[in-house]
Write a protein that binds this ligand. Structure first.
Ligand SMILES: CC(C)(COP(=O)(O)OP(=O)(O)OC[C@H]1O[C@@H](n2cnc3c(N)ncnc32)[C@H](O)[C@@H]1OP(=O)(O)O)[C@@H](O)C(=O)NCCC(=O)NCCS
Length: 245
């Protein structure tokens, strides 16, 4: 976890970098948006996937799509690395990546027609930062998934997450967890289409290095259970869109 002074340093560094790239007007708009989100929609929607129940055979990716799993910097093509760290402050992004690989995280790259279209991270047995609950040895956290602008809206995120879930299930992982900010409709919609299921809403607040977790009323599970009771078994199985969205 970042010490308080490091967190402040990181926030300032991100802001100055954003200002340098996009100018004053965009930086003010971005700051207002971030403040509104922090005040009015700061909850995370948590998702889980029971990998032991993912019994279907891994689906083949279309020929134009390839997924690669990287476990260290040395594995990554320099051009891909440059593209990834250029999403925001390259210096901080590279330092973050070092920390993640150092903890044993994997970086998953998805390529469309041999060009990098997106990436995402997974970490098994622990979480990258203070989390809502501890993970067990065979649990995996999914975090920081990103699809480059040009490739959005083509289910690239879905291919990447689904492929990573299948590969991790085959390797013996037990449960996977993912989260999305409640305001992030693109991410929520993309995760809901995968085998991930909604677990609930939560918020974490870190003050002076101490993290507090607040769980919201878990109405999604209750609504889903009520719905399942009303439905015949055959129609209550299957599509992820059955999860209230
Ligand atoms: C969230 C994200 C990974 C989704 O990736 P994706 O491959 O575009 O996902 P999908 O193709 O499944 O699209 C998801 C939703 O975004 C919408 N969308 C977002 N940007 C779009 C674009 N440029 N063109 C078309 N649709 C877009 C899609 O219509 C879809 O909504 P729908 O299911 O209601 O139709 C991507 O938007 C992204 O990288 N966002 C920035 C980083 C981020 O927020 N990451 C998640 C938190 S860690």
């Amino acid at each position: 976890m970042l010490a308080p002074h490091m967190a402040i340093f990181t926030a300032i560094s991100r802001l100055t970098d954003y200002y340098r790239r996009h100018g004053l007007g965009a930086t003010i708009r971005r700051t207002v948006l971030a403040t509104r989100r922090a005040l009015f929609s700061s909850r995370a929607v948590l998702f889980y996937c029971d990998l032991t129940r993912q019994t279907s055979a891994p689906t083949d990716l279309p020929k134009s799509i390839k997924v690669e799993r990287k476990r260290s910097f040395a594995d990554i093509d320099p051009q891909d690395l440059h593209q990834i760290i250029s999403v925001w402050n390259p210096r901080l992004a590279q330092r973050n990546m070092e920390g993640r690989f150092g903890k044993g995280a994997s970086l998953w790259l998805i390529k469309f027609e041999d060009r990098l279209a997106g990436y995402g991270w997974t970490l098994q047995g622990r979480t990258i930062a203070p989390y809502y609950f501890p993970l067990a040895e065979d649990d995996v956290q999914f975090f920081d998934f990103h699809v480059f602008l040009k490739y959005r809206g083509r289910a690239i995120d879905w291919f990447l997450m689904t492929h990573a879930l299948q590969e991790l299930a085959t390797a013996g992982a037990a449960r996977a967890f993912a989260e999305a900010a409640e305001w992030n409709q693109a991410s929520l919609s993309s995760i809901a289409a995968t085998p991930f299921r909604r677990l609930g809403w939560a918020r974490h607040v870190t003050i002076l290095g101490c993290t507090s977790i607040y769980w919201s009323w878990n109405s999604a599970v209750e609504e889903n259970q009520n719905r399942l009771k009303k439905q015949p078994l055959a129609t209550s199985r299957g599509k992820s869109s059955d999860v209230p969205g």
